[in-house]
Every structure is written in structure tokens, then in C-alpha cells.
Design a protein around this ligand. Structure first.
Ligand SMILES: [Zn+2]
Ligand SMILES: [Zn+2]
Length: 540
């Protein structure tokens, strides 16, 4: 990552160590002979200053070869490998002999053997390439506060980096052996490209935009290399052989390549793959540019007024079990408004289908995937709330707001701590005079500590265990019929209220039935509050 790379300090040491040991010129010459462009030379010297990569081409040339040229003024043989990299001006300076011209011209067309032209201002870092990317970003037409570039490179680039690294380790072991944690590149190629291109791309897209490492709009750029497959054939065989025991996958992945080379010695590498990669004849080109916004989180609270609406869709073998779901009712309004692909719903716990969710509602978060409209005012959020509320009578929402991912994580954190208030309409057998026995419940010492064995009705999805849960308050009042009463309880998170009433065949103790010494059952149940402080209330 640009800017926050842990290895930045130790990398800086690499460059000074090289200078200290007086090996700078020798290494530069060698990198050039290997076919590195000037910027890749900077990279493998361990230069971590972004501004150096943005310098004028001639200045970089001077930075690297200034001394070299003075020293070798009259012997071009020593800078032989540089021929393909020098431009017209430098050529004259070096007094290249005329007969060198044809071969130099041919060689000059070859891209850098490490970055395959990615850092070349005439190819991978050219204005034409950046124009193409900028056009794709504009074409995507996605609102965004900030942008992040993700480059995806062919495996051949990674493979070539290993070639060079093993070469350097062999030739300059005093330096490169010390930095095995950087293997296979002293400075990431992707970072170098971003140092050269990001500010230019920003100017093309929108000079006021923010281009950072953790932006909202991901500009995913994948590059392709015509000879990728042919160059990586041997590599592919090696990776497949070595990973056969671990995975059946035939694809060549970065991780697989990394694993293969993790402990491989230079000797082994050279025996398997040879001394150097082939001289490339093709440049990297853009394969695809794909822009996608990170998920936007819409938080709020919902109430559910129906006893035939589930929280999330419940569809088995294409058969729908309930009228609707809270998730769908909200998604039907949110998805088109944010021009998104899809949504993921999560809530702070759930109530059963036949349980109403009343009061201020239950906190939820809707994760909106790949939205195109992403910037909203408080007013917009009120409109969204109103739109959802006028679209259905089955549910309602409040406190609708855009949430940060960090804050939304609280939704799950809070699950263990929140308390809930329920109102249950309970029934006892005909002929039992309710009013007198309710005093028994109201006189219970608080908290009432329950031992709850996993209820029979949820055994298929929860492991069998006995859990201790508390009833924090209890209030029983008579209802319209003589054998009915209302029970209002505040419970610790995770308490099964239905089981607390009927006892679940003795699996929950004590229970209302046990306390009253008669059968007791629930006619209907409402959640009256989910006592959780997030998301912040805005509709009061
Ligand atoms: Zn790093
Ligand atoms: Zn290069």
C-alpha cells in the first residue's frame, strides 16, 4: 500500500546500504543489462521516494547514469546492455558507433523485461492509457467521495520479478540476501505505477477528487500480456506439482506462485527455469477496467405489524412460506433508489414470524452492494424512510441513516448485552380464576434466573445446551377473558420467552406454568422494545 508500507524504513536502508558498500554503479549497470527500465532500476535499488519516480525522464537517467557516463565516456561496450534503453540524445552523448544503430533500433522496441512497459510513459503509464481509464471511470457514472486504484497484473510479471530477484541474490548476495522479506521486489511495481500515474489520473477524472488507498470507488484495472500463457507454462507445471497435495485447483494464482518460491534456492530456481526470462516482445495492455463502489450501509430500526411476515425471505424449493419479509419490503425501495445490484440485510437478533415487533423497532443494517448513487443528505434519508413507510402497511422504519462500517459492527457486538421487553397474551385452562394467581407472578423475586435447555423448536439449528438466562422484570395484568392475561417481561438477550411461559415440557425452569401450577400457553407475542443504543435515534 502506498504511504503506509511497513517495509518503507527497511527499504530506505537498502538504498543507503548499496551506496555505503560502493555497489550502486555496479548494480545499476547490472539491472540495465538485465533489461530493466530506469524506473525498475530505481525500484530494485530500493528507492522509496515517490517524487523520484515522477521526475523528468532525463533527470532520472542522470540520477542513475550520471557518474557512469563520465566514467565510461569512451567505451560503449561497458554500457552495452543500456543501448536499448537510451534515447536519441543520450545516444549522441555516448558516441555510439553507426553500425550499432540497426540492432539498437530493434532492441529499443522491447519493453522492460521486468515491468513489461507498465512504467513506460509511452506505454503503460502513457496519457493514452490514463485517458482510457478516466473515460471508463466517467462512463461508470458512480457517485464517489474518493477513489482507489487496484491493479491486477498477469502472472508473467510476478514470475519475471522472481527471475530478477534470484539473479540479484546470486550476484549481489551481500545486499539482497539481507532483504529476503522483500522478495521478489524491493519496491512494489503497483506502487511505483501509482506514484507515477495517480495524480495525473485524478486531474483527468476530476481535479477536486480524492485518490487514496482506502477510497470508496474501486477502479479495478486488469492488464494482460499476450505471452503470459506461454511464458508461464513451466511455472504452471511446477506450481501444480507442488500444490497437488493441498488443492485440486489448476489455475495459476499469485498465492500459489508465492508459495512455490517461498523457500526455493537460487540454484533450484535456475535449474528449473533457467537464467533469465525471454526478452519480451509485447507490452502489457489494459484488458478490463471495472469500477465498483464499496458497499454503502443503510441503518435504521424497523417495526413489524404482521404475524405473517418473516424477517428474511423464507423460500424452500421455490415455495414461499409467508406474505413478505422485512428484508424484501425495505430492499424494494432501497435497491432502486441507490441504483444498486443487490443488498444484504442483517438485524440485531430476530423475532419469530408470528411475533410483532413494536415500539421503537429493531435495529438493522442494509448493506447495499455496488451502488451507483452513494451521496445522500439527511433530507434524502428522510425521503427514503417516507418512501418505505408509504409503500407498505406490514412494516415501518425509522432512524434511517447512512452508517460507517465500524459503527455497524456494533450491531453484532451488542447482541449479547441488549435487553428486550415482551408483551405476551397468555392463556390458562377454562375455569381457572386468573386475577388472584397473577399476584404470584408479580410477587416473584427479581431477577428470575432461568435454566433453559435449547427449545425443541430450534434444536435443528442450535446445539443442545442448558443456558442460564434472566427475567429482569415481570408484570402480569388481567385481559378481557377470564382465562387470559397479559404478561410483560424484560429479558436478558437470548431468553426464549415462549418457553418461559409454557415450560417446554420441563426444559425451561422455572416457567409461568410451573409457578402457576397449571398449563399456560401463549396466544400472541409482541416485542415491545429492543434496548439497544445503535443506530442513533434521529426521528424523535
Ligand atoms: Zn511492503
Ligand atoms: Zn520497468
Amino acid at each position: 500500500m502506498v504511504g503506509n508500507c511497513e517495509c518503507a524504513i527497511i527499504r530506505a536502508k537498502m538504498e543507503s546500504l548499496i551506496t555505503e558498500k560502493g555497489m550502486r554503479t555496479e548494480i545499476i549497470e547490472d539491472l540495465a543489462k538485465f533489461g530493466c527500465c530506469n524506473l525498475c532500476i530505481l525500484r530494485y535499488l530500493g528507492n522509496t521516494e515517490p517524487y523520484n519516480y515522477r521526475k523528468d525522464e532525463k533527470l532520472i537517467e542522470k540520477l542513475l547514469f550520471g557518474e557512469l557516463k563520465k566514467k565510461n565516456d569512451n567505451s560503449c561496450s561497458k554500457t552495452g546492455g543500456r543501448k536499448m534503453e537510451t534515447d536519441e540524445g543520450v545516444e549522441k552523448e555516448n558516441n555510439l558507433e553507426d553500425q550499432d544503430q540497426p540492432s539498437r533500433k530493434v532492441l529499443k522496441k522491447s519493453p522492460c523485461s521486468v515491468c513489461l512497459g507498465l512504467l513506460d510513459l509511452k506505454y503503460g503509464a502513457s496519457d493514452a492509457v490514463l485517458d482510457k481509464i478516466a473515460a471508463a471511470v466517467k462512463e461508470a457514472n458512480i457517485q464517489a467521495k474518493s477513489y482507489t486504484i487496484n491493479l491486477s497484473l498477469p502472472i508473467a510479471v510476478q514470475f519475471r520479478a522472481y527471475f530478477l530477484w534470484y539473479h540479484l541474490v546470486e550476484k549481489f548476495s551481500k545486499i539482497y540476501n539481507l532483504y529476503s522479506m522483500m522478495k521478489p521486489e524491493s519496491v512494489c511495481l503497483k506502487n511505483a505505477w501509482k506514484w507515477i500515474c495517480t495524480h495525473r489520473l485524478k486531474d483527468k477524472v476530476d481535479p477536486d477528487s480524492d485518490w487514496v488507498t482506502d477510497g470508496c470507488l474501486m477502479v479495478n484495472i486488469s492488464l494482460k500480456y499476450e505471452d503470459d500463457e506461454s511464458e508461464c507454462q513451466t511455472l504452471g507445471n511446477q506450481v501444480r506439482n507442488s500444490s497437488d497435495r493441498r488443492s485440486k485447483s489448476n489455475g495459476l494464482s499469485r498465492g500459489g506462485v508465492e508459495l512455490l518460491f517461498k523457500d526455493m534456492t537460487t540454484f533450484e530456481f535456475k535449474r528449473k527455469f533457467g537464467d533469465a526470462p525471454p526478452i519480451p516482445s509485447n507490452f502489457l495492455v489494459i484488458d478490463e477496467i471495472c469500477c465498483t463502489h464499496i458497499p454503502v450501509l443503510v441503518a435504521g430500526r424497523y417495526c413489524k405489524y404482521s404475524r405473517n411476515v418473516s424477517q428474511t425471505p423464507w423460500i424452500v424449493d421455490g415455495k414461499r412460506f409467508h406474505d413478505a419479509s422485512v428484508e424484501e419490503l425495505i430492499a424494494h425501495v432501497v435497491t432502486p433508489m441507490m441504483n444498486a445490484d443487490q443488498v444484504k440485510f442483517s438485524a440485531s437478533g430476530r423475532e419469530d414470524v408470528d411475533v410483532r415487533m413494536l415500539g421503537r423497532g429493531r435495529p438493522f443494517v442494509m448493506e447495499v452492494i455496488s451502488p451507483k448513487r452513494t451521496l445522500f443528505t439527511t433530507e434524502n434519508m428522510k425521503e427514503l424512510r417516507n418512501k418505505i413507510n408509504s409503500s407498505t402497511k406490514l412494516i415501518s422504519v425509522r432512524d434511517i441513516q447512512i452508517a460507517e462500517r465500524k459503527a455497524a459492527a456494533k450491531l453484532k457486538d451488542g447482541e449479547e448485552f441488549k435487553t428486550k421487553t415482551y408483551c405476551a397474551l397468555c392463556r390458562v385452562p377454562e375455569g381457572i380464576v386468573v386475577a388472584e394467581m397473577l399476584e404470584k407472578l408479580n410477587a416473584m423475586k427479581l431477577p428470575i434466573v432461568l435454566q433453559q435447555q435449547t427449545p425443541i423448536r430450534v434444536l435443528h439449528r442450535r446445539s443442545l445446551a442448558t443456558r442460564e438466562r434472566s427475567i429482569l422484570s415481570i408484570k402480569a395484568t388481567p385481559a378481557k377473558s377470564p382465562n387470559l392475561f397479559k404478561l410483560r417481561v424484560q429479558t436478558q438477550a437470548g431468553t426464549y420467552v415462549k418457553e418461559f411461559v409454557h415450560g417446554d415440557f420441563g426444559r425451561t425452569r422455572p416457567s409461568v406454568a410451573e409457578i402457576l401450577e397449571c398449563d399456560a400457553d401463549i396466544v400472541s407475542l409482541d416485542v415491545e422494545s429492543v434496548d439497544f443504543h445503535w443506530p442513533p435515534s434521529i426521528d424523535d
